[in-house]
Design a protein around this ligand. Structure first.
Ligand code: 1CP
Length: 343
């Protein structure tokens, strides 16, 4: 059977709008929590092909999304480069910070594929196990977003450590971004070799960056990754997600040459239609918190999004990932609403 999501990414029109949801595998699903409880740590979970394959398939079985996103995390890349990464319960990710020449010199691409190889194995299994009409999505974090964790040594609100290194030590910061470009491109190419039909690059923290830095820290590294992927896999669609990039979105699309762009919840849709969807396929952009409350407010909003974007290329998604308190039955109603809509 034809893959509706992949066809949409390649520009083919359709009556039904394909959909998937960011964080569709996750703590809101009881069957996910069950598997999660059997893994000794979150990183072990990401590197366990049995468990990662299972939780990738869980939401597809329940809701029949058109896309399945590989279960892993953006912090697999620093781990593959030799940085220590772990998740603390109730806190989130922790890393030994890379904040000077000495800590940077410990990173290397040498052992990368060996360290992250089980992720490719997960994709090979998914390729076999997924229904043929479901598009398999690989992903990675964008260099800027991954660097915010690597430099800070944790998640952070304003990404102070990364910004301050970018301004104060541009040489070291540039070397780190260059290494992330190389690692991320190799990682995504290997994901495509292993069976990913398309890939998404998450730049979750690309908000409120001054224009020249947005070009240097967000656009240029993403463009370099796109070029490297296209040199090997010219036909594989690449979805960009410069979250909260606001008025920089059209520039991002023009200069990175991504095949599609994911819109965060705050992007006005009439503006997106005129300035972004006229260039590429758009994905988005329902508020994940509206799926927590559910009901008619949720289905009305889904229909508004579908109606507003129906004359161009659109993949229904959230503006950011599901939150753990999302009731699974609200997701079922949302999926039904999208599946029964016709342009
Ligand atoms: O308790 C748990 O099970 C951990 C929660 C969790 C999950 C389900 C984390 C920790 N990562 C993931 C999986 C994950 N992460 C996926 C695959 C599943 C899917 O989408 O269905 C993907 C694509 C990601 C990507 C990811 N990880 C991003 C980019 C997307 C986004 O949400 O903006 C980011 C920023 C991360 C870092 C991360 N991983 C986990 C946490 C708690 C965090 C965020 C920490 C912070 O707020 O800074």
């Amino acid at each position: 059977m034809a893959k509706l999501l992949l066809n949409t990414l390649k520009g083919k029109p359709s009556d039904r709008v394909p959909f998937w949801f960011m964080r569709q595998a996750g703590r809101y699903l009881p069957e996910y929590r069950e598997v999660r409880a059997t893994a000794p740590s979150f990183m072990d979970f990401c590197y366990n092909p049995d468990k990662a394959t299972e939780v990738t398939l869980q939401p597809i079985r329940r809701y029949g999304m058109d896309g399945a996103i590989l279960f892993a995390d953006i912090l697999v890349v620093p781990d593959g480069l030799g940085q220590k990464v772990w998740f603390e319960k109730g806190f989130g990710p922790k890393l030994t910070p890379v904040n000077d020449e000495k800590s940077f010199s410990r990173l290397s691409l040498g052992g990368f594929h060996n360290q992250v190889g089980n992720v490719y194995e997960t994709l090979r299994r998914l390729k076999v196990e997924l229904p043929s009409e479901v598009t398999l999505l690989g992903f990675a974090g964008a260099p800027w977003t991954v660097a915010t964790y690597m430099i800070q040594g944790a998640g952070s609100k304003d990404h102070a450590a990364a910004r301050q290194m970018g301004y104060g030590n541009p040489e070291l910061f540039g070397k780190l971004l260059d290494m992330l470009v190389d690692a991320t491109a190799e990682y995504l190419i290997a994901q495509i070799d292993a069976g990913a039909d398309a890939v998404q690059i998450f730049d979750s923290w690309s908000a409120a960056i001054p224009e020249p830095m947005f070009e240097a820290w967000v656009i240029e590294p993403t463009r370099a990754i796109v070029d490297k992927i296209r040199a090997k896999h010219a036909e594989t669609p690449i979805i960009g997600f410069p979250r909260l990039a606001g008025a920089m979105l059209p520039t991002f699309v023009d200069q990175t040459c991504v095949s599609a762009v994911s819109l965060d919840t705050g992007v006005p849709l009439a503006w997106a239609r005129e300035n972004v969807q006229n260039k590429v396929c758009v994905q988005g952009n329902m508020d994940p918190h509206l799926v927590v409350s559910g009901g008619k407010a949720m289905t009305d909003e889904a229909l508004r999004i579908l109606e507003t974007l129906k004359h161009g290329s659109h993949i229904f998604n959230l503006g950011h990932g599901f939150v753990p308190e999302t009731p699974p039955e609200h997701v079922a109603l949302l999926a039904e609403t999208i599946k029964t809509f016709r342009r």
